[in-house]
Design a protein around this ligand. Structure first.
Ligand SMILES: [Zn+2]
Length: 216
């Protein structure tokens, strides 16, 4: 028997009938040897894009926000993870600030650091230029600024549940203007382009609400 192409699997493990059909018994071993199993690639392995989004989803699980949990995962051009983040209060503020959402009162929006910001800050010095960001919720306008200024070229998102809000419309406008590639889990929406955002932004359009787009 050629051991280089042989896998052995305990007989008590879950084994599909198709694998059993391809197997043959080894006379000298209590385990069953399954030939050809190791020579063929698994078809149901976790693909890169699903894996990186799964990492973002796992990061979201760390959020203490009782209403919205978001995770982000930054991946470089070698498909290596360089930063992970979730929405959380600034360092040292955990448990000391409100998670209330009512913007007319003391509320979380004044304090919370979004997942995208934290992922960018958690890179341990790695450059995010040219990277892709997997994020469970489409980035707001503030995070879009960080993404663009950091040189991240691609945003892959899972949910766009706030697409009707001005902050998210502005975010999409900025990302599209700079040619960042906005991708959902199924379809590419915009092609990859250069990353020149605030500098090249059209002032006339920005008159609508400058606070959404750039520094005032
Ligand atoms: Zn944000």
């Amino acid at each position: 028997m050629d051991n280089s192409s042989v896998a052995f699997v305990p007989t008590h493990g879950p084994i599909s009938q198709s694998i059993k059909n391809e197997s043959r018994l080894c006379d000298s071993c209590p385990l069953v040897f399954y030939t050809s199993v190791l020579t063929r690639r698994r078809d149901d392995y976790l693909k890169d894009s699903k894996y990186f989004m799964a990492v973002a989803l796992l990061a979201a699980k760390r959020s203490e926000d009782p209403n919205t949990q978001v995770g982000a995962c930054i991946v470089n051009q070698e498909n290596k993870i360089v930063g992970i983040g979730h929405n959380q209060m600034p360092n040292g503020c955990d448990g000391k600030l409100t998670w209330a959402r009512d913007r007319t009162k003391d509320n979380k929006h004044l304090y919370v650091c979004h997942a995208e910001l934290n992922a960018i800050m958690n890179t341990n010095g790695a450059d995010v230029k040219g990277c892709s960001m997997y994020v469970t919720l489409f980035p707001c306008n503030e995070c879009a600024k960080l993404i663009i200024q950091g040189g991240i070229k691609e945003v892959i998102y899972l949910s766009d549940m706030y697409e009707d809000r001005d902050e998210f419309k502005a975010s999409k406008s900025m990302l599209e203007l700079v040619g960042a590639c906005i991708v959902n889990q199924e379809n590419k929406i915009v092609g990859i382009g250069h990353n020149q955002m605030l500098n090249g932004y059209d002032d006339e359009e920005a008159e609508d609400n400058k606070h959404l787009y750039g520094e005032i």
